[in-house]
Design a protein around this ligand. Sequence first.
Ligand SMILES: Nc1nc2c(ncn2[C@@H]2O[C@H](COP(=O)(O)OP(=O)(O)OP(=O)(O)O)[C@@H](O)[C@H]2O)c(=O)[nH]1
Ligand SMILES: [Mg+2]
Length: 205
Amino acid sequence: MPPPAPPVIHSAEFAFAAALKGQLPPTTLPEIAFGGRSNVGKSSLLNALLERKNLVRTSKAPGATRQINMFRIKTSAPEAELMVVDLPGYGYAARSKTERIGWGTLIEAYLERRESLEALVLLIDIRRGPEEDDRQLVEFWKGARPDKPILLVATKLDKLALSKRKPAMTTIQKACGVRVIGFSAITGDGREELWRALFLALRST
Ligand SMILES: Nc1nc2c(ncn2[C@@H]2O[C@H](COP(=O)(O)OP(=O)(O)OP(=O)(O)O)[C@@H](O)[C@H]2O)c(=O)[nH]1
Ligand SMILES: [Mg+2]
């Protein structure tokens, strides 16, 4: 069967926010989580992916997303219903130490125990490449969820000259041992490929 084309987004709506120690809603739909360093472009990618300008809050100042935010998505062609999860970014030094540890624990607990979580999409700024905490997250996922896929997305593709994109993506791929998709929330580059990979990930579990 050919891989599905990018779907029609029927509806995309905010469903739930869980703060530190907050309760998550009962699991009803398959979930895909989007994680990465603060300011890497998680919220922007979700808006671009879902073709909604302001569904997910973005910001120039790092640390904009301070909760686990869930969005309920319905698509057709192919028909699917899923939860897309915007995680708070890590590596934001301006937070207090207690706050950083608390958030780390919240995200780890979510990634490790959430039953309906089917895949992790890890975003890495194409200009920065993977840093220590990115590689740690890849290893954490492989250890905690050996049977579930992880996808890497190199963000802000538009900020790098065309000739430098491929080598930068290869560096990320080699460092993490996971396939990389290039993406730009500004131009929409990579949107189709990412959707294809997401549906494959959902199907493979
Ligand atoms: N040029 C360019 N800028 C981008 C792209 N994606 C995000 N940005 C910018 O990067 C900044 C951070 O984007 P967000 O989407 O808020 O990043 P985030 O990862 O959700 O950040 P936190 O919620 O703080 O963890 C904003 O100023 C965005 O406009 C992109 O593909 N290209
Ligand atoms: Mg955000």
